[in-house]
Write a protein that binds this ligand. Structure first.
Ligand code: ATP
Ligand code: MG
Length: 569
């Protein structure tokens, strides 16, 4: 009986639908497209995917999953001047890494012959014509939404003429920009996209798949809906900026489709604070060497987040957390950080590492002794087990964990006071050694041999304020760490209306490199992309360029969670 109730509750949770899911649910009930659900994710291979694309991926693949349908991966490769195979490969790697499997892999360029045939059909029916005016003239003639447009002098040219020129354009006879094919729709429509939109442009460019076969390429609007139709997509989900394109999407389908046809639906794109989210801007950062490539861990790209130590689960959870909305807003970067912290807290093994070391010498511990102490791998996960870590007379602790003239509430190490070394002993600060510049080079202490953690003695149960992490100097492994911070110092670097450029807001302190860090020897086993919690410091992952002789860790995120504090307010 009790079990029944629990199942009901779970069911309820799973059946709460976002607005796109409600639309699809309705379509299924009404038997639209025989109740089939087929979505697609349609990236243009002109850059690496970013976290905004991840939202669209989670949505499209999630819909297919939820309604027992399919999701295609389609490369929207209709603009050869910006597209490359490198991007195609990276996009596939990122989607797979996120944990999704596409049903079919397609390329809009595979449909170029069909699109060309449809264009000819439209010309023959008097619904498309070749215009020879310069682009500026065409734009000017569209006027404004509240005024009637001006018809092109070529609008009513004979069909035969348009057909002949269109073929010449295809064969490479005409120069880039000299002619275009336009749909003949309505120069007075309040929707500017309906004022005789461009269908094809001339481009003598090498295409990453079709090579030099084509000298003309279809515009997005003449390729997208048709590609959806060819693939029998049922729900074509895109971001809000395409809402105004929907009548045109429908108009083109009216000309060519019979039977099942796709429906376009729009949702709000993801905007994230303290970053930029357009491939064009991200490319600029890469090309101007303002970051170290597309997968720089400060980039909002999926490959950057991966290198930073984000998990696929954390990104999928993020997409779920923010949901799908009809209106645009800016999501706080702290929400994303919260999601990765939550996941890593459950999954990342704990280790001890000191990033800014100072020597701690235990005067009453014998010089040549060392012992192995037991440490839990992850207190949040019962099955994670424990490991041994070496302890000896000379240790490293964090420089900021000692203060010579400490205020009362400094619960770390100072002279004459006790603290616990985690998983080890209680120690007391005794003296310090400084160099000529006044920097502390050694801290001397004494330890209580009966206070070993977990030994069960009275001394081990003694409560002292403050626990420090440490590593044994002679056993420690040296490494380098990249401490990353936000790439921009302004919450909305690209949204300024004051004429400033988004690059003006790059945070000069977004990367701090520390190269004299020490970790317990267990890290020698770590492989690139392995993730850890450095106790008391944060979450870190092994960089992809890291080797045993040159160990590099990237900081994913600090331990502090500013977002949940905000939520509680
Ligand atoms: P960008 O402006 O970053 O270049 P785009 O929209 O041109 O992005 P596409 O490759 O055309 O990039 O996008 C593929 C799919 O991802 C589209 O369906 C698009 O709507 C969606 N998408 C792109 N950016 C976002 C975003 N910030 N949030 C949600 N979905 C997005
Ligand atoms: Mg695009």
């Amino acid at each position: 009986m009790k079990q029944d109730i629990i199942n009901k509750e779970e069911e309820n949770e799973n059946t709460s639908l976002n607005f796109i899911e409600e639309i699809i649910d309705n379509d299924i009930k009404e038997g639209v497209n025989n109740g089939r659900v087929h979505t697609r994710f349609p990236p243009e291979p002109n850059g690496y995917l970013h976290i905004g694309h991840a939202k669209s991926i989670c949505l499209n693949f999630g819909l297919a999953d939820r309604f027992n349908g399919h999701c295609n991966l389609r490369f929207d490769d209709t603009n050869p001047s910006k597209e490359e195979q490198e991007y195609v490969d990276a996009i596939k790697e990122d989607i797979s890494w996120l944990g999704f499997k596409w049903h079919q892999e397609h390329y809009a360029s595979d449909y170029f012959d069909q699109l060309y045939a449809w264009a000819i059909k439209l010309i023959k029916e008097g619904k498309a014509y070749i215009d020879e005016q310069p682009q500026e003239e065409i734009s000017k003639q569209r006027t404004t939404p509240t005024e009637p447009g001006i018809e092109s002098p070529y609008r009513n040219r004979p069909v035969e003429e348009s057909l002949k020129i269109f073929e010449e354009m295809k064969n490479g006879v005409h120069a880039d920009g000299s002619k275009i094919l336009r749909a003949k729709i309505d120069m007075n429509s309040p929707n500017m996209h309906m004022r005789d939109p461009i269908m094809y442009r001339i481009m003598h460019a090498h295409h990453h798949r079709t090579g030099d076969k084509w000298n003309i390429y279809p515009m997005y609007d003449f390729a997208h809906g048709q590609s959806d139709y060819i693939e029998k997509i049922t729900h074509s989900v895109c971001t809000l900026e395409f809402e105004n394109h929907r009548p045109l999407y429908e108009w083109f389908l009216d000309q060519i489709a019979d039977g099942d046809r796709p429906k376009q639906r729009e949702f709000a794109r993801l905007n994230l604070s303290y970053t930029v989210m357009s491939k064009r801007k991200l490319l600029e950062l890469v090309e101007k060497d303002l970051v170290n490539g597309w997968d720089d861990p400060r980039m909002p790209t999926i490959s950057g987040l991966r290198r930073r130590g984000y998990t696929p689960e954390s990104i999928r959870n993020f997409a779920n957390t923010i949901g799908v909305a009809k209106r645009e807003n800016i999501i706080d970067l702290a929400v994303l950080e919260h999601c990765v912290r939550e996941d890593l807290n459950k999954t990342a093994p704990r280790i001890m590492a000191v990033v800014d070391p100072v020597k701690l010498i235990i005067d009453n511990y014998s010089d040549d002794k060392s012992e192995m102490l037991i440490a839990e791998n992850n207190p949040e996960n019962e099955n994670s087990g424990s490991r041994e870590m070496p302890f000896s007379k000379v240790l490293y602790i964090e420089r900021e964990d000692f203060m010579e003239d400490a205020p009362k509430k400094f619960f770390r190490l100072t002279l004459g006071k006790e603290v616990r070394l985690k998983n080890a002993y209680i120690i007391k600060g005794e003296s310090i050694v400084k160099d000529n510049d006044g920097n502390i080079t050694e801290i001397h202490c004494t330890y209580d041999p009966d206070s070993k953690s977990g030994s069960g003695t009275e001394a081990s149960k003694r409560k002292v304020k403050g626990t420090l992490h440490w590593v044994s100097a002679k056993h420690a492994v040296k490494f380098k760490t990249n401490l990353y911070d936000r790439l921009f110092s302004n919450a909305d670097p690209a949204g300024k209306k004051d004429g400033s450029d988004f690059k003006d807001y790059i945070n000069p302190d977004s990367l701090k490199v520390l190269d004299n860090c020490y970790a317990e020897p267990s890290v020698l086993e770590a492989k690139p992309e392995d993730r850890f919690q450095f106790q008391r410091i944060g979450y870190f992952c092994v960089d992809k360029d890291s080797t045993k002789d040159n160990l590099i860790f990237n900081r994913t995120v600090t331990l502090k969670d500013s977002w949940s504090k905000q939520k509680k307010k």
